[in-house]
Design a protein around this ligand. Structure first.
Ligand SMILES: Nc1ncnc2c1ncn2[C@@H]1O[C@H](COP(=O)(O)OP(=O)(O)OP(=O)(O)O)[C@@H](O)[C@H]1O
Length: 481
């Protein structure tokens, strides 16, 4: 087995993260019980009367599970098994069009508010979205200022930024722009971007870390380094839950617990060795020299060429699991976790109560800072607007050159004033149309992480862009005058 060369890899997250004076959110047990997710029937709207009636789909069926501190729980299964849906339910995201029943608990407290969940957890999403005109260190600084506790000093937050950059080997690219492909700004590599997404979430030292496909798009060395970092976080007492596709056997061995899903049902929850025994008990013995992850996924997959047989096989395994000792053990653990409520709830409750980590003014200050940096690094947009304004003003100026002091002249002046006002309104409107949609996914992500209030984001954009608009209008009016 080839091991990655440790000097080439990001160092695992050091215990130094605890040295920063912040409340470390450890010892959080995540449980989910009786989870059912349905896609509701399509409503017969005014325009959809003639559409065929769509059946209510049951995409996650009565699943339960537990993720304990100090362990990595890997959620695996074939495509369409329901992994992403489960992760969305656990993170209370993207469920708007679904009917969700059942409960998700942390230390036996039911979690139904995303702000509370964000206060104690991080979510590394599969698609990295960043403001590409920021540098790596600036992005992390922004995250630290708005996501770390308001009682943590500026120096401590910056110390944490340094620590996370060192741990994830981002130090050498700290002053490199993240990059925007559309603007031709080449930035950091794909692997560095993945690590930056990871760094953005662990900067707050969350008690629970959800990762959606943390290794996708990475080479085997980088994938291993990310999983090793996750393992080290787990060793510090964090609860790590990740979905993963086709991990290599080396990566698979690093996981502590395995949660297999098939056709929206639980197919197994337990240790890696238990998984091997369970599959053998169902008549599916893991072949020698076979990647266990590949074998389990293959066994639980629905093959298009052999649908009926695959479905029967999956049903047999899921039924077998429901009546197995592993299922009983998981149920007992979930019950036991509910009994531990009073032991751990004091610091946890205080964390849950603080939804926004930064105060109103701090949010506004750092949003303006980010917005100014982003705008100043994107001179192309400013240049284009300035040139466009210059030419439009020149054309208007030439059309209405040397207006005479007469009845006709007054009408011309009315005309030019009308044109100037409509031009000013429409160009500003198009400015807004350009500016907001481009940042919308980032805004949604930050908003789901409870980083800032919507009004603060809007104000920061207004304050930043109003300067540019004033300059452009001055250029326009002075030329016309
Ligand atoms: N909003 C939705 N509307 C209709 N069907 C949905 C919706 N969300 C999920 N599904 C269906 O539920 C099933 C599980 O989807 P999910 O995305 O959770 O699978 P997955 O295990 O994450 O698959 P993959 O590994 O391919 O991402 C799929 O059959 C999918 O088509």
């Amino acid at each position: 087995m080839i091991k990655p060369q440790s000097d080439l890899l990001p160092r695992p997250i050091s215990n130094g993260s605890i040295s920063v004076n912040m409340e470390s959110g450890n010892n959080l047990t995540l449980t989910w019980e009786g989870l059912n997710v349905y896609v509701p029937e399509a409503k017969e709207g005014f325009f959809s009367k003639k559409k065929p009636k769509c059946e209510k789909m049951h995409i996650v069926q009565n699943v339960f599970g537990i993720a304990r501190p100090g362990q990595i729980l890997a959620i695996m299964g074939a495509s369409g098994a329901g992994k992403t849906t489960l992760l969305n339910v656990l993170t209370l995201r993207n469920n708007e069009n679904l009917v969700v029943q059942g409960s998700v608990k942390i230390n036996s407290k039911i979690i139904d508010d995303r702000k509370q969940l964000s206060a104690v957890s991080g979510y590394v999403q599969q698609n990295d979205i960043f403001i590409g005109t920021l540098k790596v260190a600036e992005h992390l600084k922004f995250q630290a200022m708005l996501r770390m506790d308001r009682h943590t000093s500026y120096e401590e937050k910056m110390k944490r930024v340094e620590l996370v950059m060192n741990d994830l080997n981002l130090k050498k690219c700290e002053n490199t722009l993240i990059g925007v492909a559309q603007l031709g700004i080449k930035g950091i590599s794909g692997g560095e971007m993945r690590r930056l997404a990871f760094a953005s979430e662990i900067i707050t030292d969350p008690g629970i870390l959800f990762c959606d496909e943390p290794t996708s798009g990475l080479d085997s060395f980088m994938a291993m380094s990310i999983v090793e970092s996750m393992k080290n976080l787990a060793k510090q007492g964090k609860t790590i839950v990740c979905t993963i596709h086709q991990p290599s056997s080396e990566i698979f061995e690093i996981f502590d617990r395995l949660y297999l899903m098939a056709e929206g049902r639980s197919a197994f929850l337990g240790d890696l060795t238990e998984a091997k025994d369970f599959f053998a008990s169902q008549g599916f013995t893991l072949p020698i020299n076979y990647n266990p992850a590949d074998y389990y996924i293959k066994t639980l997959a629905i093959l298009p060429s052999n649908k009926e047989e695959s479905k029967e096989r999956v049903k047999k395994i899921c039924d077998g699991y429901d009546s197995s000792k592993y299922c009983q053990e998981a149920m007992d653990n979930i019950k036991k976790a509910s009994g531990e409520q009073n032991l751990k709830s004091a610091s946890f409750q205080s964390q849950l109560s603080s939804a926004y980590k930064a105060g109103w003014l701090t949010q506004l200050k750092w949003l303006i800072w980010r917005s100014f940096l982003s705008m100043s690094r994107n001179p192309m947009e400013t240049k284009i607007l300035a040139i466009q304004t210059f030419f439009i003003a020149l054309i208007f100026g030439l059309i209405y050159l040397q207006i005479e002091d007469s009845q006709e002249g007054v009408q011309n002046i009315n005309g030019v004033l009308f044109l100037l006002i409509t031009n000013a309104s429409f160009s500003n409107m198009f400015g807004v149309l350009n500016s907001f949609p481009a940042e919308l996914p980032i805004f949604y992500r930050d908003h789901q992480n409870s980083m800032y209030r919507t009004v603060n984001y809007y104000l920061s954009k207004l304050i930043t862009e109003v300067n540019l608009l004033i300059y452009l209008k001055m250029e326009d009016l002075s030329l016309n005058f």
